[in-house]
Design a protein around this ligand. Sequence first.
Ligand code: SF4
Length: 402
Amino acid sequence: MQPRRKTRQVKVGNVLVGGDAPISVQSMTTTKTADVEGTLEQIYALAAAGCDIVRCTCNEEEAAEGLAQIVPRSPVPIVADIHFQYRLALAAIEAGVQALRLNPGNIRKPEQIKAVAAEARDRGLPIRIGVNAGSLDPEIERRHGGATPEALVESATRELAYFADVDFDDVKISVKASSVPLMIDAYRLLSETVDHPLHLGVTEAGPPPAGLVKSTAGIGTLLAEGIGDTIRYSLTADPVEEARAGRTLLESMGLRERKGLDLIACPSCGRAEVDVIKVANDAQAALEDRNIPLQVAVMGCVVNGPGEAKGADLGIAAGRGKGHLFVRGHVVRVVPEVEMVAALVEEAERIVEEGIEARIAAADADAERIAAETREELLQIQGTDANHDAEKIEKIREIAES
Ligand code: SF4
């Protein structure tokens, strides 16, 4: 991981973006903004999933009126998304939003851009210059022979110049594209050109799993290079999925503290003593709504499970009809296999209440012994070649020689 690039800082309501502020997660509501209750319901769900800033479209007068009622009741800052109509940007400011997103590709008249920037300046609001490869100013696109990284960056810097004319510089920038290589190159170039905070995203990434893969490839690559101050997954899915994905990416890269559950599971193999996929899904469903900030492992066998997942706060490994519950690699309890998930949930709650060390100290006296005996038993049955590789290789050689 490269050290994070130094950027200036902007303030979106109570959330700092850029500088040494934690990298924030953003998403966007999919409701009609005029539907105040429906939009607030989605905003609350997004906040609960780890979203720091939410964007709502402001595409009509009713949307701006909705924002006036949404903003005071929202648990997170609200950004108004503006396309084509600069007057709606002024209306959104009036509604009390904490920031604006302007698309320089579709609000192109300098006097309109400057009118919005001057109002934002007077009210102390930041603006995101949200360049999008698919809606680039046609003149810029023509000159560059297409939506190149240089064209995307020029669109952003030209908008910055209009803002500078009215002495406004409270800006973050995005240069999104649906092509991952284009988006990566555009952000790299932008980060060498300006010191404004950067909002990362792969636009129109599509539904999961492809949308998740594309977004993670683009955003994760840039974050690993130290580029990026706030992120958004643009998925064709419930926006809560976007927030969860953004949060998970930051937590897994060590860029944000873990807020919720991190469920890890072995991929299963010939040694598995249980249906790992089913147990992992059951455990995820049982634990994820409890907001438990632990790493929990589901492992298919007690031969390797507790050792391979010894870094996890808590885990369960199957063996001979039993679940071996372990805390940081120490087996603390052995339960019937049918009670594995319930035992995992109970232990997770007790760890949250009592702490890891207390739960290791409270281990059942014979749990480690039972686990060791089961491990030995399984090794006797399965040997060290549970996938029967040696047997298969032998047969392949026989076929080849015959
Ligand atoms: S050896 Fe055990 S823990 Fe490792 S993948 Fe196979 S079943 Fe899972």
